[in-house]
Design a protein around this ligand. Sequence first.
Ligand code: AKB
Length: 324
Amino acid sequence: MPERMQRILVTGAAGQIGSELTAALRERYGAQNVVAADIRENRSAKLMEGGPFEHVDVTQREQIEAAVIEYRVDTIFHMAAILSAVGEEKPQLAWRVNMTGLLNVLEVAREHNLLRVFSPSSIAVFGPETPPDPAPQAPPLRPTTIYGVTKVAGELLGEYYVHRFGLDVRGVRYPGIISSETLPGGGTTDYAVEIFYKALQEGHYTCFVREDTVLPMMYMPDCIKATMDLMEADGTRLTHHCDFNLAGMSFSAGELAEEIRKHLPDFTCEFKPDKRQDIADSWPHSIDDSAAREEWDWRASYDLRSMTDDMISRLSKKLERGKL
Ligand code: AKB
């Protein structure tokens, strides 16, 4: 069995994945042993009251180091990142946050002999030349977005720290993540979350990709499970480290609208592609995740129907409580 993580720092803890990952880690490892860190002001009461919180800007290495020392952290889940759509608006910022931030995390982890680091990657590592159905584990990686470029470089940097310094760095290529707790921000796959909120609140959604756009997606419970399973996996079974393909489900934007209509028959959706369509068109439709299945027994649980049922049920309850 791998050595157990004891004290954990989560960067980007107020974000879409970070907020639910922090809650799940606090549940498993004890609230006081999981430090939430973020630069954002819009933090939920649950995040702030559920355990320790530190203001950390990942581009400032000393802020990461101070949290690691103060809480005797042995593991970092480094979730802070600029995503694809905002990255195209602000490429220099994307490089600074995604690359300087990751280098700072890896350096602090190396210098303080941390046990393990989680460094997420994304389907954005793939580009228009990748076979799209499914994207293999190891095709040539030639992304056309700055976000994708930082994710390819991040995977390689993580692997370098594994082989050069013996640091245990692990990561998966997340597909678009669908969730009901915290809205995503600045990604191309955000439409697959926004559509649920708008369907319930307004009965109508204007989708920013074409109806026939198919992308790989995953429901949050599977995302959290994958993240924790990989970090708890027996390292001696891993031949990959920072670049595991991860598949959940694949559907077109039109199919998603249709599935929602089964619950909300009056829901209408129009499709007005904007600049994000080009990003979506450069990504694959589905993912071959056999390496993750073989090396740490990964299996997704949710498909389009079960995810939609659960999203509608959770968001309807939030709407009733006036919390949507
Ligand atoms: C994005 O759309 O930028 C992200 C991702 C797929 O990494 N959700």
